[in-house]
Design a protein around this ligand. Structure first.
Ligand code: ATP
Ligand code: MG
Length: 250
């Protein structure tokens, strides 16, 4: 199954288009040669899912959950509990041994991996920047994004202010280790990168630890704007790290 640009009529009819509509659909080819489409919504369900990196050592046992489109779900647990592992399975870096994961009602094993990953935004604690301009680093979220879309994403992420104060603004060169930026600024760029991709499902893995509280407030506002209207999986070791964000974004 692949992800295509879609036009969605008032009666719900979906047609595929070359145009960039901002709407997406899963394209199902059927055995008889016909096609059907399902709107991309960000509905994720686990059915009795079990997983271990090695067959004789299971880490997750019989997990079932239902994330409705736009719903926020937190995974809280100690180090090694298996939080990141769950997100590795949604991304299909690994396949489950038992049970199923469905995305918009489709078994994720039937979705082309690249398309599955395009529909998921991941914001990690350590941002991966590469050598290139600030603009290029944000564009990495969606390679065909226009300059206007990049700046809109940076504004949404609360990153536009600091970017404009850099020596060459959006054209400032960065190195892969991000040594020109503070940790909080790196995180703002990774939020902007996720915003430009505009995915219906977001995964935040401990995204706001180890920065000072003032920066954290700025990053948190960017995060709040980013999570609006998206299905969210948020991961933390302790509940107090994430409860405020979940209360602000019910
Ligand atoms: N690639 C891997 N191969 C084998 N075992 C792994 C792999 N990644 C993680 N594990 C093991 O799986 C278990 C769960 O790890 P996971 O990374 O999901 O924990 P976590 O809850 O995200 O922890 P943390 O809060 O430290 O990030 C751990 O026992 C870990 O050692
Ligand atoms: Mg982890």
């Amino acid at each position: 199954m692949t992800l295509v640009n879609a036009e969605i009529a008032e009666d719900g009819t979906i047609t595929e288009t070359e145009k960039r509509t901002g709407h997406w659909a899963w394209k199902h080819p059927h055995h008889d040669g016909t096609l059907s489409y399902t709107e991309l919504r960000g509905d994720v369900r686990f059915f009795d899912m079990s997983f271990g990196y090695e067959d004789n050592h299971m880490i997750l046992h019989d997990i079932s959950l239902y994330a409705k489109p736009g719903q926020k779900i937190a995974f809280v647990g100690a180090t090694g509990a298996g939080k990141t592992t769950i997100t590795n399975l949604i991304n299909r870096f690994y396949d489950v041994q038992d049970g199923k994961i469905r995305y918009d009602g489709i078994n994720i094993n039937k979705i082309r991996k690249a398309d599955l990953r395009h529909s998921l935004g991941v914001v990690l604690q350590d941002t991966h920047l590469f050598t290139g301009t600030v603009r290029e680093n944000i564009r990495f979220g969606r390679l065909d994004a226009t300059d206007e879309e990049i700046e809109a994403a940076a504004k949404l992420a609360n990153a536009d202010d600091f970017i404009r104060r850099l020596p060459d603004g959006y054209d400032t060169m960065l190195t892969a280790d991000g040594s020109e930026l503070s940790q909080g600024q790196c995180q703002l760029l990774s939020i902007a990168r996720a915003a430009v991709a505009d995915p219906p499902v977001l995964i935040l893995d401990e995204a706001t630890s180890s920065i000072d509280t003032r920066t954290e407030a700025i990053v948190q506002r960017g995060m709040d704007a980013l999570m609006k209207g998206r299905t969210l999986f948020v991961i933390a070791r302790e509940a107090w790290n994430i409860l405020p964000a979940l209360y602000r974004n019910p």
